[in-house]
Design a protein around this ligand. Structure first.
Ligand SMILES: NC(=O)c1ccc[n+]([C@@H]2O[C@H](COP(=O)([O-])OP(=O)(O)OC[C@H]3O[C@@H](n4cnc5c(N)ncnc54)[C@H](OP(=O)(O)O)[C@@H]3O)[C@@H](O)[C@H]2O)c1
Length: 325
């Protein structure tokens, strides 16, 4: 371990950061080691990372001083915000700024910022096609990340902006899996019309981040979008039908219906799907599949992800209850 460069990973016990930790720790002969940031070094997930060889340190995204300590002497840092833990775009922005300030103070050599589009660049607040949320957002969890891009860039940090995609794990953990319909069939429901939804195996995000860090010079200052497949709802339903061995239909629900489902974040997600539907060309175009596979040749397709995960997909009742991106 001595002499290896440190990659400090926020969200290390989560989906994105966890994927990065595993990518680095599995590359035993590589020149990097992991510093895993967590609020709770005693948690099961943190202990697991430690056992795999990570240095686990306590840090809180709401506490810039803790981040400064945790980023100390890091060659690279991976920054991701936990929007769905608090559902506050203002807090997400503040957490992103804390990470940027800490990276600046410690002269970190490379920052990989896990971000998304500011949808207000496409749908200005006065555009009535979707409601404005919380006074100044269209898709709060996208817009806050997109707004933070300017903060990272404004500090003159050596940043790579990594635009992620819809995790297929949402079919497992966030109530987006197939549901029984009153007719006794299974259906997935998204307000995407016939537009393609870029998706990804969540663990592949961290592997992309690792390859970006390994090729620092090539990716400094760049914005990269990643996805493993671009699929319509119908194509996803067909793939689920093959994988589950049961007919799964795609229900194209109107965005307003989705926004009205009542779970926390439903309006945000209704606007998000509508944005992806209405700006399919831009959104898919920003996530070129070939470029993503050049960055990470092992990037999974939806079929590959399903063959590994189909047994983990719960088959539930009724429409989506809660979700995240
Ligand atoms: N779901 C999707 O389809 C999707 C797609 C694209 C982007 N995203 C974005 O991904 C982000 C979430 O990333 P994820 O899915 O990798 O996270 P996750 O699996 O939900 O895990 C959350 C992570 O954040 C850490 N965390 C939470 N609050 C913290 C705090 N105050 N200080 C330090 N660490 C904190 C947790 O660490 P500890 O508990 O160990 O402290 C944990 O590692 C969200 O912003 C979301 O918008 C999601």
């Amino acid at each position: 371990m001595a002499g290896k460069w440190i990659i400090a990973v926020t969200g290390a016990t989560g989906a994105q950061g966890g994927g990065l930790c595993r990518a680095v720790l599995e590359d035993k002969n590589g020149p990097y080691k992991v510093r895993a940031l967590t609020r709770n070094p005693g948690s099961g997930k943190a202990k697991e990372l430690e056992k795999m060889g990570a240095e686990v340190v306590a840090a809180d995204l709401d506490d810039v001083e803790s981040l400064k300590k945790a980023f100390h002497c890091a060659h690279a840092v991976f920054c991701v915000t936990p929007f769905w833990e608090h559902l506050s775009p203002e807090r997400e922005l503040a957490q992103a700024k804390n990470m940027a300030d800490a990276a600046k103070q410690d002269h970190v050599g490379h920052v990989v910022w896990s971000t998304l589009e500011d949808t207000r660049d496409f749908v200005p607040l006065e555009d009535k096609r979707m409601p404005t949320l919380m006074g100044r957002y269209k898709v709060p969890h996208f817009d806050a990340k997109g707004e933070a891009n300017g903060y990272f860039a404004g500090l003159g940090l050596p940043v790579t902006f990594l635009r992620t995609s819809f995790y297929w794990e949402n079919l497992i953990y966030f109530g987006m899996g197939p549901k029984a319909t009153p007719e006794g069939e299974l259906a997935i429901a998204f307000p995407m019309g016939g537009a393609k939804l870029p998706g990804i195996a969540a663990g592949d995000i961290g592997r992309c981040a690792y390859n970006i860090i390994r090729s620092r010079e090539e990716y400094l200052g760049k914005t990269l979008g990643i996805a493993g497949d671009h699929l319509t709802g119908k194509e996803m339903a067909e793939a689920l039908t093959r994988a589950l061995g049961r007919k799964v239909r795609y229900n194209d629900v109107p965005p307003e219906t989705y926004r009205g489902l009542g779970f926390p974040g439903a309006e945000d997600l209704g606007n998000m799907f509508q944005f992806k539907r209405d700006f399919e060309r831009d959104y898919c175009g920003a996530r070129d599949l070939e470029a993503a596979r050049r960055l990470h040749p092992g990037m999974k397709t939806f079929d590959e992800w399903l063959s590994e995960n189909r047994h983990r997909i719960p088959i539930g009742e009724g429409l989506q209850k809660a979700s995240g991106e």
